[in-house]
Design a protein around this ligand. Structure first.
Ligand SMILES: Nc1nc2c(ncn2[C@@H]2O[C@H](COP(=O)(O)OP(=O)(O)OP(=O)(O)O)[C@@H](O)[C@H]2O)c(=O)[nH]1
Ligand SMILES: [Mg+2]
Length: 617
C-alpha cells in the first residue's frame, strides 16, 4: 500500500472551520495498524494551541492585532491566521469595516489628540478594562477615517452608537492524556491519564452602566479560554475561563447576516441582570483512564478536546425608554429633558446639537419613575437620509409614548409639526400609532406666543389637544411630563391584561449548539467527485469525532476504524463503488482508501472486533 503523503493546500471541506490554518499544521503520515479499509492518513489536523490563553473579557489585543497587520499584504497566500480570515470575510455585508478599524488601532503611536476624540471618551468610560492601549486612535488613520465618514454620511461615532458586529468563540476543550500508574508496590498500575477540562463558555450579559455599543468599536473579538489538558494520576484539566460580553440594556442580538439580509434574532437582552449562555465551551477530551475496559486494560488512546464553536454576531441597541422626545432640530427637546430629569444633555442654539440620544430618568410619586429619551432632531426628508434623527428613530420603537416638541418661534410651527409627523409615519406606521403629546415650546418668546392660538386651533380641529410650555423657564413642563406619564401608565396597565408572554429563553442558542453536538455519528451524507475520485463524507457527529481523535496514540487508529465500520461508512462506501486509491475526506481529515486483501467476509473486522471501545459521547 502506498503511504505517500498527499499535499493539500486548502481545506477541502467548505464547512471546515476557517481558522485552522494550514501552515500551522504539521502534516503527519501515519499508517494504520489495522487491516480495515480507509487506512493511510495523509493530512491530520493537530490543533495548534495558539489561543490557549485564558481570556476573560474584552480581549482583542495580544496576538490578534499584530498578526492581522502583518498578514494584510500577503493575502492570497495560504499563510493566513484566524483573524485575518475571519475579519475579512464577513465584513462587506455589514456596512461596517471593522477589520480596517482594527488595523488602524494597531498603527496607533499612542498620540492622542484630546480635542478630536472628545466624543470617544464616552467609549472608554464604559469599558471595564482597557488593557491593551490599542484603543486610542493615532494620527495616521485619521485621513482614512474621514474618508469613510464622508462615505457613510454620518460620523463613525454615530454609526457605532447602536450597531456593532462582534466575533465570539467559546473555548476548546483540553486534551485528554495517556498515562500509566507507576508505583513501586503497585505492579501493573493501570491507565491513569486524566480528561481535559471543558472549554470556557461565552455569555452575554446586560451591564446597566452601559448605554451604547461604542465599546465594540474597539474590541470585537471575544474568546473564552481553553480547558487545561488532563494529566497523569487521573488528574482532570481545569475548565477554561468564560468570556462575558457586556452589552447595554436593550440589545438585540442577531446571527450575522449575509448579503445585506439580516440574520435571525437570537436574543433580546432588555433588562439589567439578563444573562445568556450563548456558546458552551467544547468538551474536554477523555484520557486513557476513561477508556479502560475489560477487553482493553492498557488503552493507548486519549481524545483531543472538542473545538469551541464560533460565530459572528450583529448587535443592535434599541434604547429602553418609556417616552421618546421627538421634534425638529433646535425645538428645545434637550432643554425639556434637562428640566424634567437630572440629565444634562448639550443644549445650544443651533440644529443638531444632539448627535446621540440622551436618556433621563424622571421620578414620580410612589417610587415610580420613567425613562425619557431625547433624540436628535428630525428634518423633513429624514427618511431619505437628510439630517441625523432618522438614524435613531428606531430607538423609539420600544417607547410607550412620544412627546413631540414644536418650536413655537419657528416660521410655521404647523408646518413643522406636520413635517415631523410625516417623517415618523414614513419611518414606521407602528411608531406613528403610538400615543403622543404635542408641546408648543418657547412660549416666552413673543413670536411664539403670537402663533400659539392659531396652532392650538389647528390641532384641536384635528382632535389633538396641544400643550404649551416654556422649557427654558420650566413653565408647563411638569404638566406635560405628568400627562406623558399618564399615557405610559395606561399602556402598562393595558399590557398587563395581555396574555403573559413566555418567559424569555436565554439559553436557546446554547441548546442548539448542544443539540448539534449530539448529532448521531451514523447520520452522514456521502458525495462523490468523479473527476478527482474523491469521496466527501459529511455528518456533524462524524466530523466531531474526527476532530477529537488524537492520532498520536496508537489505539486511536483502531478506534477510528472501528467507528467507521460500526457507523456504516465503510459499508456505504463499498456499496457505492469505492476503489483502491480513492480519496476519502471527513471533516479536516483526508484518507486514502485501500482494499484490504481480506476485504470480504468476517475477516474484515479482525482488527477491532475483539475490543470494546468506550462509547462515543
Ligand atoms: N426662549 C426659549 N428658548 C428655548 C426654550 N427651550 C429651548 N430653547 C433654546 O433653543 C435652543 C435649542 O435648544 P435645544 O434644547 O438644544 O434644542 P434641541 O431640540 O435639543 O435641538 P437639537 O438637539 O439640535 O435637535 C437653545 O438655545 C435653547 O436655549 C424656551 O422655552 N424658550
Ligand atoms: Mg438636543
Amino acid at each position: 500500500r502506498s503511504n505517500k503523503p498527499r499535499k493539500q493546500l486548502a481545506p477541502k471541506n467548505p464547512n471546515a472551520k476557517k481558522f485552522n490554518s494550514i501552515t500551522t499544521r504539521r502534516p503527519q503520515s501515519l499508517s494504520s495498524v489495522s487491516g480495515g479499509q480507509a487506512t493511510t492518513y495523509t493530512r491530520l489536523p493537530p490543533r495548534d494551541d495558539a489561543f490557549s490563553d485564558s481570556i476573560t473579557e474584552i480581549k482583542l489585543s495580544d496576538m490578534a492585532i499584530p498578526t492581522l497587520h502583518q498578514n494584510k499584504p500577503s493575502s492570497g497566500s495560504i499563510d493566513k491566521i484566524e483573524d485575518d480570515v475571519a475579519s475579512s470575510s464577513d465584513e462587506e455585508d455589514s456596512g461596517f469595516d471593522y477589520g480596517k478599524f482594527e488595523l488602524f488601532e494597531i498603527n496607533s503611536d499612542d498620540e492622542i489628540d484630546a480635542d478630536e476624540y472628545e466624543e470617544d471618551e464616552l467609549v472608554f468610560e464604559n469599558k471595564g478594562e482597557d488593557e491593551s492601549g490599542f484603543e486610542h486612535k493615532g494620527e495616521e488613520q485619521e485621513g482614512e477615517e474621514d474618508e469613510r465618514e464622508k462615505e457613510k454620511g454620518v460620523p463613525a461615532v454615530m454609526r457605532c452608537f447602536d450597531r456593532a458586529k462582534i466575533y465570539v468563540r467559546s473555548g476548546d476543550g483540553g486534551n485528554g492524556v495517556v498515562a500509566f500508574r507507576r508505583e513501586k508496590f503497585v505492579p501493573l498500575g493501570g491507565p491513569s491519564g486524566g480528561d481535559g477540562g471543558r472549554g470556557g463558555n461565552v455569555y452575554l450579559e446586560v451591564d446597566s452602566s452601559m448605554n451604547s455599543l461604542l465599546p465594540f468599536r474597539n474590541s470585537i473579538h471575544f474568546r473564552a479560554g481553553r480547558g487545561s489538558h488532563g494529566q497523569g494520576s487521573k488528574m482532570h484539566g481545569a475548565k477554561g475561563e468564560d468570556a462575558v460580553v457586556k452589552v447595554p440594556p436593550g440589545t438585540v442580538v442577531r446571527a450575522a447576516g449575509k448579503d445585506g439580509v439580516p440574520g435571525d434574532i437570537l436574543l433580546e437582552l432588555l433588562h439589567p441582570g439578563d444573562r445568556a449562555l450563548l456558546l458552551p465551551g467544547g468538551r474536554g477530551g477523555r484520557g486513557n483512564a476513561s477508556f479502560k475496559s475489560g477487553a482493553n486494560k492498557v488503552p493507548r488512546i486519549a481524545e483531543d478536546g472538542e473545538e469551541g464553536p464560533e460565530m459572528w454576531l450583529e448587535l443592535e441597541l434599541k434604547l429602553v425608554a418609556d417616552i421618546g422626545i421627538v421634534g425638529a432640530p433646535n425645538a428645545g427637546k434637550s432643554t425639556f429633558l434637562s428640566v424634567i430629569s437630572a440629565a444634562q444633555p448639550n443644549i445650544a442654539n443651533y440644529p443638531f446639537t444632539t448627535l446621540l440620544p440622551n436618556l433621563g430618568v424622571v421620578s414620580f410619586d410612589y417610587d415610580s419613575s420613567i425613562v425619557v429619551a431625547d433624540l436628535p432632531g428630525l428634518l423633513e426628508g429624514a427618511h431619505r437620509g437628510f439630517g441625523l434623527g432618522h438614524e435613531f428613530l428606531r430607538h423609539t420603537e420600544r417607547c410607550s409614548a412620544l412627546v413631540h416638541i414644536v418650536d413655537g418661534s419657528s416660521q410655521q410651527p404647523d408646518y413643522e409639526f406636520d413635517a415631523v409627523r410625516l417623517e415618523i409615519e414614513m419611518f414606521s406606521p407602528e411608531l406613528s400609532e403610538k400615543p403622543f403629546i404635542v408641546a408648543f415650546n418657547k412660549m416666552d418668546l413673543p413670536e411664539a406666543f403670537e402663533k400659539w392660538e392659531s396652532f392650538q386651533e389647528n390641532l384641536r380641529s384635528r382632535g389633538i389637544e396641544p400643550f404649551c410650555i416654556s422649557a427654558i423657564n420650566r413653565e408647563g413642563t411638569r404638566e406635560l411630563i405628568n400627562a406623558a406619564y399618564e399615557l405610559v401608565r395606561q399602556r402598562i396597565e393595558d399590557a398587563k391584561e395581555e396574555i403573559w408572554r413566555d418567559p424569555i429563553q436565554f439559553s436557546h442558542v446554547a441548546e442548539m449548539v448542544k443539540k448539534q453536538r449530539t448529532a448521531p455519528i451514523n447520520e452522514f451524507e456521502i458525495t462523490h467527485d468523479n473527476t478527482s475520485d474523491t469521496w466527501h463524507i459529511e455528518g456533524a457527529g462524524l466530523q466531531r469525532f474526527v476532530q477529537m481523535t488524537n492520532w498520536k496514540y496508537m489505539d486511536s487508529d483502531r478506534r477510528f476504524q472501528h467507528v467507521l465500520e460500526a457507523c456504516g461508512v465503510n459499508k456505504t462506501l463499498i456499496k457505492r463503488g469505492v476503489k483502491e486509491g480513492d480519496t476519502v475526506i471527513i471533516g479536516e481529515m483526508e484518507m486514502v482508501w485501500h482494499d484490504s486483501p481480506t476485504n470480504s467476509g468476517p475477516n474484515r473486522k479482525l482488527s477491532t472486533g475483539s475490543v470494546k471501545w468506550a462509547d462515543w459521547k
